[in-house]
Design a protein around this ligand. Structure first.
Ligand SMILES: Nc1ncnc2c1ncn2[C@@H]1O[C@H](COP(=O)(O)OP(=O)(O)O[C@H]2O[C@H](CO)[C@@H](O)[C@H](O)[C@H]2O)[C@@H](O)[C@H]1O
Ligand SMILES: O=P(O)(O)OC[C@H](O)CO
Length: 735
């Protein structure tokens, strides 16, 4: 394993895909059977690829640590050792007492503790430190699950262009539930360090995007958003299982024999099977209650069915899990004592981890597989059951609140919060005709076969590659030091220069109150420096009313262009407006805008001489976008009749005469002054007219990496100011 080797894949997850157990004769390392481990096995075992994660054991001493590290190295695995304190705060505390309940829509189970949060931050950093020892900038890092939400950004801070993917195996809740976490901003920004973030279902992805826009206030565009000049994509990749493994096992002679043994042990009674980790999200209690309901409502089924309930031990140090275990014991005991007989135990309950061959035999033997999750990212058991039923019949009863229900639409769906529905569904499944069982199973079977774990891995990596190519194209437009040199050369060789500078979003950042976005001393100084060279013309070109520009810049000797070009003022002259513009359309547009403003708190209508704008910067996010859409739909029919243009800017909808725009205004000045160096910078849709119309040799710069006709871009408004500083530096050098 060569730590730094180009183009490798680094998988990172909380747990490594192996189990390490301390037995009497020493440590035993064996591969884990988990779906993820099998699916990614072909990747981390290849070439210099590696998998970084917690080995699940605390070494007794340095010698044991070294031994584990060496043993794992041979398997392409890199351990992140955690102390007892770290396990408590990061894993049991923050991951499983905050993120798990919140992401499973159970905020009442969340326990917020700042120390646990701090440990979560530290451990994510610790993972980052270890991953860094192996990273080369051409590598792809694929981070898995909620325990490592901060890691994408921990790595991004150091590696701007590294390919980073994040997959969340558990659900992502609606943004208002996620907002309950005091550190939600840090968590969202942590994930957004990834280039591709994926979830099992459309709802999860949508909730995550909503959280980014409603909590972080980052605008979203379909399935991606821009963060610090980088496009981050959010997509849906439902995870599959190792289909061949489960399908082949179900046809294995040993497994089939074991399945017959299980059947005969239960005296050919119908077997309802459930398999899950001990977890309140799996709806184990609901399932037990529903099974009792079945026995109550359909007494003829007593002695005819068995609920085979296998629960794998999990997180038993966390309070809720301990309680759940006791509750299961109590309820199972009750039912078995009330309904059971010497010959029949209604619920066969096992709290244990089984080898995959035994799971397979259970899938083959089971007449019904019952999944009652009250929330589940996907639920692999449901897919494993389907893959095991090619030769035997069975029915899958599946909670509609498990991600798998979005794909396995031919299962019998139930709402797990209704014990009636579950018990009726069980009755229905137990009496289903063979033909219906086959038809339902066949449709699900084909889907599980095609969308298997290998397919999942393939499409995820293919998408990562596409995104990198896309980002490279975007990065190529970002201003680099060598562009600065070219700008400097162009500047020095020119005799007459003109600078077109947009105001809001370019010279000044956005403010909730438009009037408060006043020019800073820094901006005045910059503009004055630029203007101090008599060969330079500084033009402030803005959508703002000319009165505002007059108030802020009237006496400073710049050229001013207001209302996108309706108004113009040359240094030392008076304001002049374009003649022959009609404003007859304004009353109708104003009426429509006022109507929307009246029912949208926080929005306002701005009337200028030849344009009208509806601002919604202070409207609750989501609602603002919805009303903007509604407003545009209402305005659309007026546009062609009056020769108007509809502009959708940053939290503003503006209507103006179409013959006026910044492009025409800028071209007019270029024609008049005949400069041999043109610089133009702006951030929104109205500046695009200017980028389009200026001559090809103009240096045009967009603020933000959105699609643009500008030659270059800078990431942010702060970077725009930095760029102006470097140009102002050229002036000082000259004088
Ligand atoms: N007693 C037992 N002995 C041995 N093996 C047992 C066992 N009980 C269960 N298993 C195995 O453990 C796995 C459990 O996977 P699940 O998807 O059902 O849930 P889990 O919550 O662990 O996974 C999280 O990740 C997966 C994958 O993304 C999501 O489907 C899920 O929603 C999310 O919570 C299955 O492969 C199953 O065979
Ligand atoms: O046992 P845990 O806590 O590592 O959880 C395993 C689950 O698959 C988490 O998604």
């Amino acid at each position: 394993m060569n730590p730094k080797n180009n183009n490798k894949v680094i998988i990172v997850s909380n747990r490594l895909p192996v189990k390490i157990e301390r037995k009497e004769d020493g440590l035993v390392i064996s591969p884990s059977e988990g779906g993820l481990a099998t699916g990614l096995g072909s990747i981390y075992n290849a070439g210099n690829n590696i998998w970084v994660g917690w080995p699940g054991i605390i070494p007794q001493d340095e010698a044991e640590k070294a031994f584990i590290t060496e043993e794992l190295r041979a398997l392409n695995l890199v351990p992140v050792f955690l102390t007892e304190e770290e396990i408590l705060g990061y894993y049991e505390g923050f991951s499983n007492e905050v993120l798990w309940p919140i992401c499973h829509y159970s905020p009442s189970y969340a326990v917020y503790d700042t120390d646990n949060w701090n440990t979560y931050v530290q451990v994510n950093e610790k993972f980052g430190q270890i991953v860094r020892e192996y990273i080369d900038s051409e590598d792809t890092v694929w981070i898995h699950d909620y325990q490592l939400m901060l890691l994408p950004n921990v790595l991004r801070k150091q590696y701007e262009k590294l390919s980073i993917g994040y997959f969340q195996h558990i659900p992502f809740p609606p943004d208002e539930v996620f907002r309950s976490i005091p550190w939600r901003n840090e968590l969202l920004l942590g994930i957004l360090g990834a280039d591709l973030t994926a979830f099992h279902t459309f709802n999860d992805a949508q909730h995550f995007l909503d959280a980014c826009t409603h909590i972080l206030n980052i605008p979203i565009r379909n399935n991606y958003l821009q963060i610090r000049g980088r496009s981050a994509y959010v997509e849906v990749y439902p995870m599959g299982i190792d289909f061949d493994k489960f399908n082949n096992l179900s046809k294995d002679a040993g497994v089939k024999e074991r399945a017959l043994e299980i059947k005969s042990y239960f005296k050919q009674r119908k077997i309802i099977l459930s398999i899950d980790r001990l977890d309140y999200s799996k709806g184990i209690i609901q399932r037990i209650v529903a099974f009792e309901e079945l026995l109550k409502n359909y007494p003829e089924l007593r002695d005819q069915v068995v609920l085979y309930m296998l629960v794998v031990p999990s997180r038993d140090k966390v309070k809720q899990y301990k309680r759940l275990r006791d509750e299961i014991d109590r309820r199972v005991g009750n039912i078995n004592s009330v309904y059971g007989s010497t010959d029949w135990t209604p619920i066969a309950y096992f709290y244990n981890s089984y080898p995959v061959e035994e799971l397979s035999a259970l899938y083959v033997a089971a007449d019904v597989c019952l999944i009652t999750s009250i929330r589940d990212g996907m639920n692999l058991v449901s897919k494993e059951y389907i893959a095991s039923k090619e030769e035997t019949s069975g029915v899958l009863v599946l909670s509609e609140l498990a991600g798998a229900s979005k794909e396995l639409i031919d299962a019998v769906h139930v709402n797990p919060n209704s014990v009636d529905q579950i018990s009726h569904a069980l009755h229905f499944a137990l009496h289903m005709s063979e033909e219906e069982k086959l038809n339902r199973m066949k449709a699900n079977f084909d889907l599980v076969k095609k969308f298997n774990i290998h397919h999942w891995v393939e499409i995820f990596f293919a998408r990562m590659k596409e995104i990198k190519i896309q980002q490279r194209k975007e990065f190529a437009r970002k201003i680099q030091p060598e562009n600065n040199d070219a700008i400097s050369a162009g500047y020095h060789s020119a005799q007459k220069r003109i600078f077109f500078l947009d105001y809001d979003g370019t010279l000044i950042g956005f403010h909730n109150e438009a009037d408060k976005a006043t020019p800073t001393e820094e901006v005045y100084e910059l503009l004055d420096t630029l203007k101090s060279d008599p060969n330079n013309t500084v033009v402030i070109i803005s959508g703002r009313p000319h009165q505002t520009l007059e108030k802020w810049f009237g006496d400073r000797g710049y050229t001013l262009v207001g209302e996108h070009g309706v108004w113009k003022k040359l240094p030392g002259e008076e304001w002049r407006s374009k003649s022959n513009l009609s404003d007859r359309w304004k009353p109708s547009v104003k009426r429509i805008m006022n109507k929307i403003a009246n029912r949208t708190a926080g929005s306002s209508v701005e009337e200028k001489e030849y344009s009208m704008a509806w601002h919604y910067r202070k409207v609750q996010s989501g609602l603002g976008r919805l009303r903007a859409q509604e407003l545009m739909d209402s305005l659309r029919y007026l546009i062609p009749h009056h020769g108007l243009q509809l502009l959708y800017g940053d939290k503003v909808i503006e209507v103006k005469n179409s013959e006026v725009n910044k492009g025409k205004a800028a071209s007019g000045l270029v024609e008049k002054l005949q400069p041999d160096f043109i610089f133009a910078m702006g951030d929104d849709a109205t500046d695009e007219d200017m980028f389009h119309e200026l001559p090809a040799e103009a240096v045009s710069v967009k603020v933000g990496s959105k699609k643009s006709a500008a030659k270059y871009y800078v990431d942010s408004q702060q970077d725009a100011i930095q760029l102006l500083h470097s140009i102002a530096g050229l002036v000082q050098k000259k004088s």
